[in-house]
Design a protein around this ligand. Structure first.
Ligand code: NAD
Ligand code: MG
Length: 390
């Protein structure tokens, strides 16, 4: 077996640590080229000592000094800043794009432009710049494998992975499952006062705080509908959302003959991560086997758009096209950050996103610089919208 080099962007996050857990079980398959971390420098130092990457990237010079102090004379090239993140994304054969939010776009795109095997967890990159990103993948011959559990499931349920272009495949619909998050059954009048910790207490998955809040508002599912549109080149009208609180079925594909193919498993991100790492082979993960007899029954329901206005806003942004999904994403990041900081309420998140979409509708970006400009301006509009709701 040939050993492949891998970079993990966002090694200290939930996706990053799960990726290292799987890699640690298969040391013969991968050589870790580089790890990046943003705030948890102590954890990054521990990871560098345990996994011996050639390079580590941190946000700034003080963090680089701190990391050097922590690792002592370990052989490790430490650099900092956005350009260094793009370098480590270009240098390895396989890249896990595990940074959260718009901050992960540039490095994920750098990996695609270098024709790498890109394992994409950072859904925001596709939401912001779907057309740009997919063009880069095709143009530079990159291999794009979805890590988001729903999209990884769909990839596994399609006969030719992401490629849905052959009408003989008979694909009718893509069905994304959603747990409904922690507030699926909370009385609507109580939602106004829920706290960040309540919003982050996801019933099935342990994740970073931003995606946990997105799951509670169901903006996460909205972002995933947009992500699916680009990954599988399917129109929004063919992409459904189905509430399935147990998160055992990770998503489904319905075919014209009435067949429906689903991927099932315990909710543990090590499964999609391992699938993409080893694809087209299969490797072990430490994930407990699925015990359907114990689960006994699976539950489903329609999504409630009144309870989850963010889901509706995401479908609307996708229908509006141009740069609306990038504006939606930027406004959501600003609003979620403010909610986590305690400066706006839970229900204000959707209000801020809606007001931002109403006040700013730029045309589609032609390149990365234009996209970053739109993201920056959308954040300014969102900050203004926030003053009004707060
Ligand atoms: P997290 O908050 O746990 O980790 C985020 C990582 O990004 C950390 O390593 C952090 O150091 C890094 N980071 C944060 N801000 C940065 C910045 N400005 N510049 C550079 N690096 C920065 O988040 P997560 O839950 O691991 O999610 C990561 C991505 O994966 C998100 O896009 C999320 O939507 C997606 N995703 C996560 C899960 C999950 O189970 N956690 C599932 C599906 C998709
Ligand atoms: Mg998901």
């Amino acid at each position: 077996m040939t050993t492949q080099s891998i970079t993990i962007l966002g090694a200290t996050g939930s996706i990053g640590t799960s990726t290292l857990d799987v890699l640690g079980r298969h040391p013969e398959r991968f050589r870790i080229h580089a790890l990046s971390g943003h705030r948890r420098i102590e954890l990054l130092a521990e990871q560098c000592v345990a996994f011996r990457p050639a390079r580590a990237v941190v946000p700034d010079a003080p963090a680089a000094i701190r990391l050097r102090q922590l690792v002592g004379d370990l052989a490790l090239d430490i650099s900092h800043g956005r350009a260094a993140l793009c370098e480590i994304a270009r240098e390895a054969e396989v890249v896990m794009a595990g940074i959260v939010g718009a901050a992960g776009l540039e490095s994920a795109l750098a990996a695609a432009c270098a024709g790498r095997k890109v394992l994409l967890a950072n859904k925001e990159a596709l939401v912001m710049g779907g057309a740009l990103f997919m063009d880069a993948v095709v143009h530079h011959g990159a291999t794009l494998l979805p890590i988001d559990s729903e999209h990884n499931a769909i990839f596994q349920c399609l006969p030719r992975g992401r490629d849905t272009s052959d009408p003989r495949d008979g694909i009718a619909r893509i069905i994304l499952t959603a747990s409904g998050g922690p507030f699926r059954t909370t009385p609507l009048e109580d939602l106004r006062n829920v706290t960040p910790d309540q919003a982050c207490a996801h019933p099935n998955w342990v994740m970073g705080r931003k995606i946990s809040v997105d799951s509670a508002t169901m903006m996460n599912k909205g972002l995933e509908v947009i992500e699916a549109r680009w990954l599988f080149d399917q129109p929004a009208g063919n992409i459904d959302v189905l509430i399935h609180p147990q998160s055992v079925i990770h998503s489904l594909v319905a075919y014209v003959d009435g067949s429906v193919i689903a991927e099932l498993g315990n909710p543990d991100m090590r499964t999609p991560i391992a699938h993409a790492l080893a694809y087209p082979e299969r490797i072990t993960t430490g994930v407990a086997p699925l015990d359907l007899a114990r689960i006994a029954s699976l539950h489903f329901e329609e999504p409630d758009f009144e309870r989850f206005p963010c889901l509706k806003l995401a479908y609307a942004a996708l229908a509006a096209g141009a740069a609306a999904p990038a504006v939606l994403n930027a406004a959501n990041e600003i609003a979620v950050e403010a909610f986590l900081a305690g400066s706006i309420g839970f229900l204000d998140i959707a209000r801020v996103v809606e007001a931002t979409l109403e006040s700013y509708s730029p045309s589609a970006p032609e390149d990365l610089a234009a996209l970053i400009e739109i993201d920056t301006r959308a954040r300014e509009f969102a900050a203004r919208a926030m003053e009004k709701v707060a």
